[in-house]
Write a protein that binds this ligand. Structure first.
Ligand code: E4P
Length: 217
């Protein structure tokens, strides 16, 4: 499973990139607002740092507008994945942009039916939002599982990009289900390293080592 980082915070991306865990980045208008940066400037910086796909989202609501914005965003760098929403207009834009050989990430997916249409429209990535489904007492992980099954059964090449990830459990479950990619906030990726038994074991080892009076260096 590939790891994308769901942020426009360049320092957080740099930190994770140093560990080699960043296969790509996803941004959205809310994350750009949070970063307080110009979309072109911050996206260009991210693209210069990360080789993998960097999603940049359109904000027009009609297909023509999304296509024009997508083409503009794609001039930022060669690794831009144009993000369009899963609306009828977004699917039309996806069809045109993917037909031009561009990477398209269809976002705000909340059903398997929507995911089927995105695959038919040539999406490179489909982004089902797990956390937001869980927020309304629906089963986000079940949606990932359903889409995986449908895409495998019918041979669709669209990558399942699990989004709106809120927990370490979401990450491990997505990996078990077979999501191609999971995009998570930096804090969730960092939390994956933590385990109380690791901390406890290390404390014991260090205390015992102290008693030996030895030094390695
Ligand atoms: C995905 O591409 C989105 O940017 C993101 O995962 C949304 O997550 P949220 O529901 O935590 O805002």
């Amino acid at each position: 499973m590939k790891f994308f980082v769901d942020t426009a915070d360049i320092e957080a991306i740099r930190d994770l990139h140093a560990l080699g865990v960043v296969d790509g980045v996803t941004t959205n208008p809310s994350l750009i607002m949070k970063a307080g940066r110009d979309i072109r400037e911050v996206t260009a910086e991210i693209c210069a740092l990360v080789d993998g796909p960097v999603s940049a989202e359109t904000v027009a609501t009609d297909a023509e507008g999304m296509i024009a914005e997508g083409r503009e965003l794609a001039t930022i760098a060669g690794n831009i994945a144009i993000k369009v929403p899963l609306t009828w207009e977004g699917l039309k834009a996806c069809k045109t942009l993917s037909g031009e050989g561009r990477m398209v990430n269809v976002t705000l997916c909340f059903s398997a039916a929507q995911a089927l249409l995105a695959a038919k429209a040539g999406a490179s990535f489909i982004s089902p939002f797990i956390g937001r489904l869980d927020d309304v007492n629906l089963d986000g992980l079940q949606l990932i599982s359903d889409i995986r099954e449908i895409y495998d059964m019918h041979g669709y090449e669209t990558e399942v990009l699990a989004a709106s990830i809120r927990s370490v459990n979401h990450m491990t479950e997505c990996a078990k289900i077979g999501a191609d990619v999971a995009t998570a906030p930096p804090a969730v990726i960092r939390a994956m390293a933590a385990h109380p038994l690791t901390d406890k074991g290390l404390a014991t080892f260090l205390a015992d080592w102290e008693k030996t009076g030895q030094k390695i260096l």
